[in-house]
Design a protein around this ligand. Structure first.
Ligand code: KG4
Ligand code: ZN
Length: 347
């Protein structure tokens, strides 16, 4: 085993992410310098089904994983022999998909005699910000909004989280994808709605905005989703033409207003001077704009990753793995996939 106390040597992390429909492998130096970040997307395979098919995802990961590992090492001009440790997503996610990455990571850790570090995927999304913003340090408020998660977190220090709010039903990205599907847009729907919203009128249709009880930082998007579906059905039944851009813009506005307002209130309550966005929905241009404005008005600095680091990728997993590794946190080779892994939970 390599010595973690030898601080003069660079720490080289090999990171693997296969929790959903991207097979991704990255090599990082000292946690925040990305030497390679290969993302093999399966979107084309899943698009014809209108969403991710777990069986197909697992099979594609198996077909891709070895090639993606090879490519990541090659692009980073690194070999297995130079790897200090292996970081891998072990949850939350699709169990069959997670197992492919986990098995590959265990095999490398065992055969090369380097430590294995199991990483929480949600934590990875937050850490994408550390890669993009080299000066960023906790504490801050993080809004993590993706296809599977919507969380408002107070990150006090590396690995220390207080969950302030979460969705009670659909994740934000899930709502974007389902509404997009009803509008006949292709999967994934978030970028399509974002694009259409730019030419639509966000005040055209008064869709409900779910703020929930006074003081709650939880979210709920299923009522909004049903309201959009009901609107589309009733307009069709009346024989009225549907302005897709207006529907997209009005729906997006209802989502981002609630996300931005609750995030800002968390920042004010905790007295932080920085807020970060994370997850696929953090790529939404309307959300970035609205929250930037609110943060500016309140003297808070807003940060978000570039689009490539917002959606699933292994570099963000490697960044968490690095910070866990330097704190001496490792996993054993019996580590299993945990599909419903919670933030702050560790196996
Ligand atoms: O983080 P991610 O790649 O996967 C999960 O961990 O779920 O997020 C994917 C989600 C999808 O629901 C996709 O529609 C959404 O992020 N998304 C967006 C945008 N780009 C991706 N949603 C809104 N606006 C976007 N520009
Ligand atoms: Zn994700």
């Amino acid at each position: 085993m390599k010595n973690i106390n030898n601080t003069t040597e660079d720490v080289i992390t090999l990171a693997i992410e296969t929790s959903c429909d991207e097979t991704s492998v990255s090599v990082l130096k000292n946690g925040r310098t990305v030497l390679s970040n290969i993302i093999s997307s399966q979107i084309e395979q899943h698009r014809k089904f209108g969403g991710v098919v777990p069986e197909v995802a697992s099979r594609k990961h198996i077909e891709n994983i070895n090639q993606v590992i090879e490519e990541a090492l090659k692009e980073a001009e690194t070999t297995f022999e130079e790897i200090t440790h292996v970081a891998v997503t072990y949850g939350p996610g699709l169990v069959g998909a997670l197992l492919v990455g986990l098995s590959a990571a265990k095999a490398i850790a065992f055969s090369k005699e380097v430590p294995l570090v199991g990483v929480n995927h949600i934590e990875g999304h937050i850490y994408a910000n550390f890669i993009e913003h080299k000066e960023l340090e906790p504490p801050f408020i993080a809004l993590i909004v993706s296809g599977g998660h919507s969380h408002l977190i107070y990150m006090k220090d590396y690995g220390e989280y207080e969950v302030l709010g979460r969705t009670r039903d659909d994740a934000a990205g899930e709502a974007f994808d389902k509404v997009a599907r009803a509008l006949g847009l292709s999967y994934p729907g978030g970028p399509e709605i974002d694009r259409l919203s730019k030419i639509g009128n966000s005040d055209a249709i008064p869709f409900p905005k779910a703020y929930l009880e006074e003081g709650s930082y939880d979210f709920s998007f299923s009522g909004l989703k049903s309201a959009v579906l009901n609107y589309l059905n009733s307009e069709k039944m009346k024989g009225n033409p549907i302005n897709e851009a207006d529907v997209a813009a009005s729906f997006q506005q209802a989502v981002i207003e609630v996300l931005a307002e609750k995030t800002l209130q968390c920042g004010i309550e905790k007295g932080v001077n920085q807020i970060v966005l994370a997850g696929g929905v953090a790529a939404n241009s309307g959300l970035r704009q609205l929250l930037s404005k609110k943060c500016q008005e309140n003297g808070i600095d807003l940060k978000y990753p570039s689009n490539k680091l917002c959606t699933d990728n292994a570099a963000m997993i490697g960044c968490v793995g690095y910070y866990d590794y330097i704190r001496g946190l490792k996993s054993n080779l019996y580590l299993n996939a945990v599909p419903n892994l919670k933030l702050g939970q560790r196996f």
